[in-house]
Ligand binder design. Structure first.
Ligand SMILES: C[S@@+](CC[C@H](N)C(=O)[O-])C[C@H]1O[C@@H](n2cnc3c(N)ncnc32)[C@H](O)[C@@H]1O
Length: 634
C-alpha cells in the first residue's frame, strides 16, 4: 500500500474561497455554525434514470437530479452539499478506477476544515451511481462531467464571483495542440495552470507528458511529473479534485514507481502570490473573468496592464506574462472583449510588447460550450518574445460528439500603436479587407467627428419620463428610433419607453441641441448588421430646440464647424455592408462602443466625396454599396 501523502492544509487558504460565502455565514445562527445541518432531501425523483444508459447519460441525468436535490437544501448549506455530494462521487470513482490492486493507492485525503454535509438518500445512492459511471469513462472526460456537476451545484453567487466555469475536453485538447505548435516541448516543459479548477488542463497535460516521454523509466517519469506540473486554485475542494484526477491519469506510472504524486496544486489566491521571475515554459488555463475592485496594493502590482475597470481575466493574463519564462508560451481561454475594449488597452500594449499572439481561435457557439456562459470566447496562444510576424486565426465549432470543426480564417498582425484594437479577419475572405484597414491612417476624427454615448440612463430618471409633451419636456430619443434601414422615426413603443422627458433644474447636461448621427450601441446577435445609424433630422432638432438621447445610442457629432464629410453621406457610409464588415474585424461583440467606433480605420476623407454623387443621382443601393466597397481596396 502506498502511504497517504498529506494535503497542503492551510486554513487561511480555505478561508479565501469561503470568503465568498461570508455574508451568508454571518446571517447563520450560532447553532448552525457549529453543527452540520442535515437537509430534508426525501424526494420522489426518478432515480432509476441513473441506473442505465451510457456513462455520459448517467452523469448528465445525475447532474440534473442532483441539482433538483440541491434546490431542497437550505441556501447556506448549498456549498457544503455540493462538496459532500461531489466528494462522494469522486470517492466512488476513485475506488472503481483504483480497483484495490497492489500496491494499493488510497484516495488522497481532502482538505480537512470544511463542514461535511451528511448525505441522505436519495442523494447518497445518486452519488454512488454517478461515481461508478464516471469510472467507466476516460479519466479526462469523467473529470469534466464530475466538474460540471460540481459547478452546477455551487451557489450561483459564488459561481459568478469566482468565475467557475470548467473547460470541456475538446477545447482543452485544441489549446494543448496550439501550445505545441507555439513551441511547447512536452519532454521538458514546466507547466502552470494558475486557476486550475477541477483539473481540466492539468490532467491532460500530465497525459501528454506521459505520452511524449515513453523512453523514460517509471521512476524518471514520476520525477518529471512531480517537478514539472503545478496548479493554483482558490477553491480547496476543486484543488483536491484536480489532484485526484491527476492521480487517476498517472495511476499506472505511480504504481510502477511505487509512489504517489506529491501535492502539486496549491490552494491560494493566485493574484496575491509573490511576484516571481518567469520559470514556466507554459502557463495554461481558463482564468476567471468579471469586473473586480482591487485593493490599492493589488492595483499597483498589475498597474502595467490596467486602464480603468479591472477584469479578472486581464489580471490573470498579466500574471501569466509574469510567470512564463522568456520564450515560454501562454495558452488561455478568455472572453474576446480585450481585443478591442478601451479598458483593455494597457493589456493589449503589454501583450504586444511582451507576449504577442501566435494563434487565436474564436469559439463559435453562444450557449452550451460552457454551461451558462454568454460571453464570446476565444482560445489564444501567446509567446513571450519580442516580435511574432503574424498570428493565425481560426473559427472552431464544437460539433457532434467530441469533435471540433476548424475553419482557418487567415492571419493578422498587431497594430503599429500597441494599445490599438486588434484587427482580425473573421473569415479567410476578410484577409484583404484587414490588409486595407491596416493601411488606413484616418479615423472618424479626421472626418471631423467625435463619438460619445447618449447621456440618459433612463432607469435612474424613471420619474421624469412622460407620455405627452409639455412646456417642460423634450423629446426622448430611444435606440428604437433608429430603424434598420437607416431612418429616424420618433417613437417609444417598447416596454417602459415613453416619448418625452421632463427637464428639471440641473438637467442641462442631458440636453442635446447639436446635430448628430445616432448609432445603436447594441444589436441582437441574429441581426445582419452591427452598425445601424440614422441622422437626427435637423428639422426635428430645430422644431424642438433640443432632445434627450438615451444611453443605448452613440452620438456621432461634428467636432466643430462644418465637417469635411456631410452627415448624410457619413450616415449612409456607416450603414454600408463594407463598413459593417470592417467594424466586425475590430469587434465580434454585439455591443458597439464609442471607443471602437473612433478606432475604426477609414479610407482618406477625400475619397468619400465620390459617394456624394452616387447618393444624389440614384436610389440604387447596390451601386452605392459597390462604391463604398471600392473605397476599401488597398
Ligand atoms: C473559469 S474556471 C476554470 C477552471 C479550470 N482551469 C478549467 O478550465 O476548467 C476559473 C477557476 O478559477 C478559480 N479562481 C477564481 N479566482 C481565483 C483566484 N484569485 N486565484 C486562484 N483561483 C481562482 C475558480 O475557483 C475557478 O475554479
Amino acid at each position: 500500500m502506498i502511504e497517504q501523502t498529506g494535503w497542503a492544509q492551510d486554513s487561511l487558504l480555505e478561508q479565501a474561497f469561503c470568503d465568498a460565502e461570508a455574508p451568508i455565514r454571518q446571517r447563520r445562527s450560532g447553532k448552525l455554525q457549529n453543527q452540520n445541518r442535515i437537509a430534508q432531501v426525501a424526494l420522489d425523483l426518478p432515480l432509476e434514470v441513473c441506473e442505465s444508459g451510457s456513462p455520459e447519460e448517467i452523469l448528465a441525468s445525475g447532474r440534473v437530479l442532483a441539482r433538483a436535490l440541491a434546490a431542497h437544501v437550505a441556501q447556506e448549506d448549498r456549498l457544503f452539499f455540493a462538496r459532500s455530494f461531489c466528494g462522494s462521487v469522486i470517492a466512488t470513482f476513485w475506488s472503481s478506477v483504483e480497483g484495490n490492486r497492489a500496491p494499493h493507492i488510497p484516495l488522497r485525503g481532502q482538505f480537512t476544515n470544511h463542514r461535511s454535509f451528511e448525505m441522505q438518500e436519495p442523494a447518497a445512492s445518486l452519488a454512488v451511481s454517478m461515481g461508478k459511471a464516471a469510472a467507466r469513462m476516460d479519466v479526462i472526460a469523467a473529470s469534466y462531467c464530475i466538474g460540471a456537476a460540481y459547478t452546477a451545484l455551487l451557489p450561483e453567487q459564488m459561481r459568478s464571483r469566482w468565475g467557475v466555469y470548467y473547460t470541456p475536453p475538446t477545447l482543452v485538447h485544441r489549446l494543448l495542440d496550439a501550445a505545441t505548435i507555439a513551441g511547447v516541448d512536452w519532454r521538458s516543459c514546466r507547466v502552470l495552470d494558475p486557476a486550475c479548477g477541477g483539473g481540466a488542463f492539468l490532467a491532460p497535460v500530465a497525459a501528454r507528458i506521459v505520452a511524449e516521454n515513453h523512453h523514460l523509466s517509471a521512476g524518471e517519469l514520476f520525477d518529471a511529473l512531480s517537478r514539472r506540473l503545478r496548479g493554483l486554485e482558490i477553491d480547496p475542494f476543486a484543488a483536491w479534485a484536480s489532484q485526484v484526477f491527476l492521480d487517476a491519469v498517472v495511476l499506472d506510472v505511480c504504481r510502477e514507481a511505487g509512489r504517489r504524486l506529491p501535492v502539486v496544486v496549491e490552494v491560494c489566491n493566485s493574484l496575491l502570490q509573490p511576484a516571481a521571475e518567469g520559470e514556466f515554459d507554459l502557463v495554461i488555463g481558463n482564468p476567471p473573468y468579471g469586473r473586480v475592485t482591487l485593493k490599492p496594493e493589488v492595483r499597483k502590482r498589475y498597474a502595467r496592464s490596467l486602464y480603468g475597470h479591472a477584469n479578472l481575466y486581464g489580471l490573470f493574463t498579466d500574471l501569466a506574462a509574469q510567470l512564463a519564462r522568456r520564450g515560454g508560451v501562454i495558452a488561455y481561454v478568455t472572453p474576446t472583449s480585450f481585443l478591442a475594449g478601451e479598458y483593455f488597452k494597457s493589456l493589449r500594449a503589454l501583450l504586444a510588447e511582451d507576449a504577442p499572439p501566435v494563434n487565436i481561435d474564436f469559439v463559435v457557439a453562444r450557449k452550451g460550450v460552457f454551461e451558462d456562459v454568454l460571453q464570446e470566447t476565444l482560445l489564444a496562444t501567446y509567446k513571450r518574445a519580442k516580435r511574432i510576424a503574424s498570428a493565425s486565426v481560426h473559427f472552431i465549432v464544437p460539433a457532434m460528439g467530441d469533435s471540433l470543426v476548424v475553419e482557418p480564417a487567415g492571419t493578422f498582425s498587431l497594430p503599429c500603436r500597441s494599445s490599438d484594437p486588434w484587427l482580425i479577419p473573421r473569415s479567410a475572405d476578410e484577409e484583404p479587407l484587414v490588409a486595407a484597414l491596416r493601411s488606413f491612417k484616418h479615423r472618424l476624427r479626421d472626418y471631423g467627428y467625435e463619438v460619445s454615448t447618449g447621456p440618459l440612463v433612463w432607469n435612474r430618471h424613471k420619474r421624469q419620463l412622460r407620455r405627452t409633451a409639455s412646456a417642460r419636456t423634450l423629446p426622448l430619443i430611444w435606440a428604437e428610433s433608429v430603424t434598420s434601414n437607416g431612418e429616424f422615426v420618433f417613437r417609444a413603443g417598447k416596454k417602459n419607453h415613453e416619448p418625452y422627458f421632463e427637464i428639471h433644474a440641473g438637467d442641462d447636461w442631458l440636453k442635446s441641441d447639436r446635430p448628430c448621427i445616432l448609432l445603436q450601441r447594441t444589436t441582437a446577435k441574429e441581426q445582419n448588421r452591427r452598425l445601424i445609424a440614422a441622422e437626427l433630422p435637423k428639422r426635428f432638432l430645430s422644431e424642438n430646440g433640443a432632445v434627450v438621447i438615451e444611453n443605448h445610442l452613440n452620438m456621432i457629432r461634428p467636432i466643430n464647424g462644418t465637417p469635411q464629410i456631410q452627415a448624410r453621406i457619413l450616415t449612409a457610409f456607416l450603414n454600408s455592408e463594407i463598413v459593417d464588415r470592417a467594424f466586425r474585424c475590430i469587434s465580434g461583440s454585439v455591443a458597439v462602443s464609442a471607443y471602437e467606433l473612433e478606432a475604426l480605420p477609414l479610407p482618406p476623407p477625400e475619397r468619400l466625396l465620390t459617394l456624394r454623387d452616387s447618393l444624389r443621382s440614384t436610389g440604387d443601393r447596390k451601386a452605392f454599396e459597390a462604391r463604398c466597397a471600392a473605397l476599401f481596396q488597398a
